[in-house]
Design a protein around this ligand. Structure first.
Ligand code: ADP
Length: 448
């Protein structure tokens, strides 16, 4: 069922409940009012009949029987009875109805009695007079009143149905108008595909309703999608380029070597070259694999002591160097410098940053330090190397990006993006301060 139909049905249902409550209230009030009015009429009739009967004292027998004959029956099925002190009927206009002694006694006790007997309404009066005390009981059926009530009921049912129909169609009309912008959004979204992610939904700058917010949110999502799509595309292009470079070198070396017969040493040299390139290829593939694997689901969280881990990274990096330039000045902080995370991934991140510091500073001094305060623990790795320009600082964390001044150094441009991803996974941030040809400082901050 469409939303507009559901909305209008819900609205109609609500209105129906409201109408039923209001109309029932009106009907109950009208029915009560009819009953009261008829009882009043009956009492009036009973009083008149009593007065008439008592006037008999002042009339001759003949004129009284004339009045009795003329006394009109004004209510439908009206029956009036007058009983004397001995409960004997004294004024009879019809023979069929006799009230029991208990009813008469009740009237004597309560002076005024009203009750219903089937369709009939009954009113009884205790009439006190100098010529004797009487009980006057009048009963009748309110045919006209019931007829009016029935008519009222039919009018109510008619207007109830008509109102519900009007409510349903009006509700549907307004729901269609209200949902029109959503229908437009759906129409526009249908034509946005991976190839047309640059398209945006129209946004009304003067209106800040939910529909506008929805369009803005979808536009933001499209913006993200477009960015990650293009990032993915350039990543694939860069990755293939980086993988192709060593492969082309391997192919070139092998083809040249095979062109003529060569000395044993030449073949050995070519094979050494090929091994070097394959190692490079292997490094790139490993980095790419680490980059794709580095996510929260793929590592087990453990307590990691940052001083220990940094020392291990320094140790491993220093081992590969002839003159180890790394100065490690971290006191044993122990439990104070622990964070929750993956030891393996953090080791990769620290090693990448440390190796860069050593690589881009041509073996001049590299210092490692740990900074602790109430809210954070930071690892600082600083070198006195080639530095990074302010423009490049924005880009060095992009996969495969290499600053122009790093072209003479070996590398593939994946290390920092991998380190950045790992640090972000640990809710950390990397701050970089650098001056060209003076040095660079990487500060990795973990909050706690
Ligand atoms: P790679 O080291 O393989 O080139 P990275 O992703 O590790 O790739 O680094 C990206 C780029 O950031 C480097 O090519 C270099 O331009 C710059 N960079 C990183 N660390 C330093 C540093 N300590 N000093 C100067 N430049 C650096």
């Amino acid at each position: 069922m469409k939303v507009k139909d559901r909305l209008s049905l819900q609205f109609t249902f609500m209105f129906a409940v409201l109408l039923i409550v209001v109309l029932s209230g009106i009907y109950v009030l009208a029915a009560g009012n009819r009953s009261q009015t008829f009882f009043d009429k009956l009492e009036d009739r009973a009083l008149t009949a009593g007065q008439l009967y008592l006037a008999q004292d002042n009339m001759s027998e003949e004129s009284f029987s004339k009045v009795i004959k003329k006394y009109p029956q004004s209510l439908s099925h009206e029956v009036i009875r007058i009983y004397n002190d001995k409960n004997e009927p004294v004024f009879i206009k019809e023979d069929s109805v006799h009230w029991s002694e208990s009813v008469i006694k009740r009237v004597v006790q309560e002076k005024k009695v009203r009750f219903t007997n089937g369709d009939k309404q009954v009113a009884g009066l205790y009439y006190i007079d100098n010529s004797g005390n009487f009980v006057v009981i009048a009963s009748a059926i309110d045919d006209a009143g019931f007829q009016n009530l029935k008519q009222l009921l039919w009018i109510m049912i008619f207007f109830f149905v008509i109102s519900l129909l009007i409510t349903f169609f009006l509700g549907r009309f307004f729901a269609t108008i209200a949902l029109q912008p959503i229908a437009q959004i759906i129409g526009k979204m249908k034509i946005i595909r991976a190839t047309s992610l640059d398209k945006r939904l129209p946004v009304n700058t003067y209106r800040n309703d939910e529909i506008n917010q929805l369009s803005l949110t979808i536009n933001e999502l499209l913006e993200h999608l477009e960015q990650s799509f293009s990032a993915q595309q350039s990543f694939i292009a860069n990755a293939s380029h980086e993988l192709r470079t060593p492969l082309t070198t391997i192919m070139g070396n092998a083809e040249i070597t095979l062109r003529t017969d060569r000395e044993k040493e030449d073949y050995k040299n070519t094979l050494r070259e090929i091994i070097k390139e394959v190692e490079e290829l292997n490094k790139i593939i490993n980095s790419l694999f680490e980059l794709s694997q580095a996510n929260m689901d793929s590592f087990t969280v453990e307590t990691v002591r940052l001083d220990e881990l940094l020392w291990e990274a320094v140790d491993e990096c220093g081992h590969k160097l002839k003159n180890n330039p790394i100065k490690y000045s971290v006191p044993a902080y122990g439990e104070k410098c622990t964070i929750q995370g993956s030891r393996r991934l953090l080791f990769i991140a620290f090693s990448n940053i440390l190796n860069n510091a050593v690589k881009f500073s041509n073996n001049s001094e590299v210092t490692c330090a740990l900074e602790l305060n109430e809210t954070s623990v930071s690892v600082i790795i600083a070198d006195k190397g080639i530095g990074i320009t302010t423009a490049d600082l924005q880009k060095i964390f992009q996969p495969f990006y290499r600053a122009p001044n790093s072209q003479g150094f070996q590398g593939s441009g994946i290390g920092l993006s991998l380190a950045d991803k790992i640090i972000k996974l640990h809710n950390g941030t990397i701050q970089v301060k650098s001056e060209i040809n003076a040095g660079t400082e990487f500060k990795i901050i973990f909050s706690r």
